[in-house]
Design a protein around this ligand. Structure first.
Ligand code: FNR
Length: 182
């Protein structure tokens, strides 16, 4: 199985990127996870839509060719970062490659609520007509890593908090079932 990760932060030391890398390594036996580069996308411009830039074309192909999408994103001002929204806006046009695509959202934050408010916004965005992603119901399936700096181990490179990892294991298995049975 092949999944693609959209990471909503461009920061080199991003905890959300590290969450993506943790999942890439931890679930190697279950799926291949490619991490998209959202930093190369220009701002969405409807004038470019019929002839999109190469970076947009590439992302669109990556998503179309994936069995599912992981979104690992910070919360910015109680919503999703512009970097992620810009990517979703591009993907909601043209071939509309997210329609019917299984998407699993996750986020990490140093704060108390682990991006939950931003993920509520994200669910609304992912339900819009140009996207219509297929998601697990939120109850019991939210992946929100609160107080993230305390949960990333030695050097902070990977998520090491066992309780959080066990929860993610369960949700990931449900997500893979959703992909298999859709
Ligand atoms: C934040 N941060 C933040 N955190 C949060 O829990 N809720 C929020 O609404 C916001 N808002 C916000 C806005 C902006 C512009 C920035 C730069 C930051 C803090 C944020 O969670 C923290 O910087 C994370 O470490 C960002 O994620 P990455 O880059 O580490 O993945």
């Amino acid at each position: 199985m092949k999944l693609i990760a959209l990471v909503g932060s461009l920061r080199r030391e991003s905890v959300n990127l590290k969450l993506a890398l943790t999942m890439q390594e931890r679930y190697r036996g279950k799926f291949e996870l490619e991490i998209a580069n959202l930093g190369t996308l220009p701002f969405y411009d409807q004038d470019e839509e019929d002839n999109p830039p190469e970076s947009v074309r590439k992302l669109s192909e990556q998503v179309a060719g994936a069995d599912g999408v992981l979104i690992l994103t910070p919360e910015y001002n109680w919503s999703v970062p512009g970097v992620l929204k810009n990517a979703l806006d591009w993907l909601s046009r043209g071939d509309k490659v997210l329609i019917g695509k299984p998407v699993l959202a996750a986020g990490a934050s140093p704060g108390m609520y682990g991006t939950l408010r931003g993920q509520l916004h994200l669910r609304e965005i992912l339900s819009s007509p140009g996207i219509q992603a297929v998601m697990l119901p939120p109850a019991g399936n939210e992946i929100a890593v609160a107080q993230a700096p305390q949960k990333f181990g030695e050097g902070g490179a990977r998520l090491t908090d066992e309780r959080t990892l066990t929860h993610i294991d369960v949700v990931v298995d449900r997500f893979l079932e959703l992909i298999r049975h859709r």
